[in-house]
Design a protein around this ligand. Structure first.
Ligand code: SF4
Length: 216
């Protein structure tokens, strides 16, 4: 994609969405951001927010969660999908953070990736949201939009989509690109059934021109 076109898209997304974040990515506390990202896996934002708020109303940090009964964590995060697996992982991650890192989430990709249940997306969310580093977290919204717009190819995996977005996004904007695209994906470029009829980017969109050609 032409960098000037991407700059226009970015500027429109900033105009629409910049101030708003869901609860579970609204904190600057790295531990809360990490647990919020773990809770959000395969779960809608509303349910993630509910589980997140219930959990942190009862427990405030890694020290408390490391010694919490797993059954109680399960009960609190029940609104999130896969809550039994997530409860065990949250307790284990809390214990590791407490014992290995003195209760502080590491500001380092490899250390984050070594935690159970933490993949590239979660690590990038923590690094960008909690530590303000210029990382782009590629979740399903980001991947779908990047591929539909023609920024990335269909076969591209996490690293390739991220690299292609990084090439187009100014360093100082990378840390919040995920949030902009998630909002756009939830509201307009939905998967499935994108609302192309109200989208301001139809003239740039590979998916839109391909589907229009196919329907002629
Ligand atoms: S035109 Fe449709 S597919 Fe393309 S970005 Fe907009 S909503 Fe998504």
């Amino acid at each position: 994609m032409d960098p000037r076109v991407f700059a226009e898209i970015l500027s429109e997304l900033e105009r629409r969405y910049r101030p708003n974040r869901p609860e579970h990515v609204g904190s600057r506390d790295p531990f809360k951001v990490l647990i919020g990202a773990m809770l959000s896996h395969r779960t809608r934002d509303e349910q993630t927010d509910e589980a997140y708020l219930r959990l942190f109303k009862r427990f405030k940090d890694a020290g408390e969660l490391a010694s919490a009964p797993v059954r109680e964590i399960e009960r609190l995060i029940r609104p999130a999908g896969f809550y039994r697996v997530k409860a065990r992982r949250i307790k284990e991650v809390s214990r590791i953070i407490l014992e290995r890192y003195g209760g502080r989430v590491p500001r380092n990709r490899d250390a984050l990736l070594s935690l159970p249940g933490v993949g590239e997306k979660t690590a990038d969310i923590v690094l960008s949201v909690a530590f303000g580093l210029p990382e782009i977290a590629v979740d399903t919204h980001v991947e779908t939009i990047a591929k539909r717009l023609g920024i990335a190819d269909e076969k591209d995996g996490y690293g390739e989509v991220k690299r292609k977005l990084e090439e187009l996004t100014p360093v100082e904007k990378r840390r919040y690109l995920n949030m902009l695209l998630v909002r756009f994906g939830r509201e307009i470029c939905r998967s499935p059934r994108p609302r192309c009829e109200v989208c301001p980017f139809t003239r740039y969109c590979r998916y839109y021109s391909a589907t229009r050609r196919a329907s002629r």
